[in-house]
Design a protein around this ligand. Sequence first.
Ligand code: SPQ
Length: 428
Amino acid sequence: MKSLEYNRPTLQGEITVPGDKSISHRSVMFGAIAKGTTTVEGFLLGEDCLSTIDCFHKLGVKIEVDNTNVKIESPGIDGWEEPKEVLYTGNSGTTTRLMLGILSGTKLHTIMTGDASIGKRPMRRVVDPLRLMGAKIAGRENGQFTPLAIQGTTLTAIDYRMPVASAQVKSAILLAGLRANGTTIVRESEVSRDHTERMLRQFGARVRVEEGVVSFEGGQSLTGTHVKVPGDISSAAFFLVAGAITNGSRIVLHNVGVNETRAGIIEVLEKMGANMTVEIEDEKAAEPTATITIETSTLEATTIEGEIIPRLIDEIPVLALLATQANGTTVIKDAEELKVKETDRIAAVVAELKKLGATIEATHDGMIIHGPTPLHGAKLNSYGDHRIGMMAAVAALITNESIELDDAQCVAVSYPTFFEHVDSLIQK
Ligand code: SPQ
């Protein structure tokens, strides 16, 4: 149990946001698939990304980590060893789902499993399209849950319309498509994060993207390269909200990745009237970055729905907290996907914010929040979900009493230095 007693501080200062989790995972995966050397700077040393590295160690890929610099020396996907041990993906849905796509087209037999949360997350969304490509995957409830066993085989390209907006499903199919005969096509009705498409290009593959349709020829080989990982906007989100809702605050966030498929939170903050400036640092980079300054703000309620949802899906817990401090009724819709994250994030957010005195109710695909409401202290549960844990910690910045947070260490999944960064901003 961690006691969060901040006594309504003001927050002032600057933070360099740690590396993007989605891009860090992919940098190691692509570096391992490519023959030769890949170097990565700005890698996120979060537990999830370390799980990805561990899986590739077991596949015989040489990976050296020196602070946030990573060097991958790979014999290429055809040179990987059949692992003698189970590949353990920890708490990471991205590792589990993308590895399914990658391993399906190798010549290897592998078994993958993760922690208790991973054991409850649906895998058929990835396993079904991979099976259409010819993949041989077995697992509990016909492949819905880990542990999963993959017998690598020859794959054939598919033309697939995505039933849900999911970058993990899209990426698993694209990564399997690298090894498939023919042209793989993925059709999205709502565009999800496009880091895989961008990185395929960085590693030398030819990819076409037109109006929600991604297509490319199988059999292309990847060439090792240098990857610069931007800061994670999903981590920056906690400080964007903290700066907006704590009195007398001003926070400058450097190195924030602002890829438009991730930057929905910026649009929502602007619409709610946040006192914020966004200065683009590097527009031409494979993944653009910005410096964002946020100050205490008077906020108006809003509706968050439709195509923006996949562009801010992981920020919804902390946006719900933000909405408790806005004038009026905020409605979040079309976000049913939250139910299959590390925990059911609709149920968790509503239960925990209610304990603090928020006026919030769950709906089948989101939540409705009436604000502004003063929040008070309580005992909260993170449910072992990093994003719920960090939401609770940001809430503690505006409560008069302390928040006692169970399982606070789960923040290390995506933001190991989170509590240090909070402390560094608090004006003594
Ligand atoms: O990796 P994991 O556990 O699924 O992580 C989460 C998160 O909150 O960090 C979701 F729980 O992020 C996903 C995100 O929600 C990471 C991701 C990616 O890197 O491709 C895509 C999103 O998931 P999905 O299911 O929409 O594809």
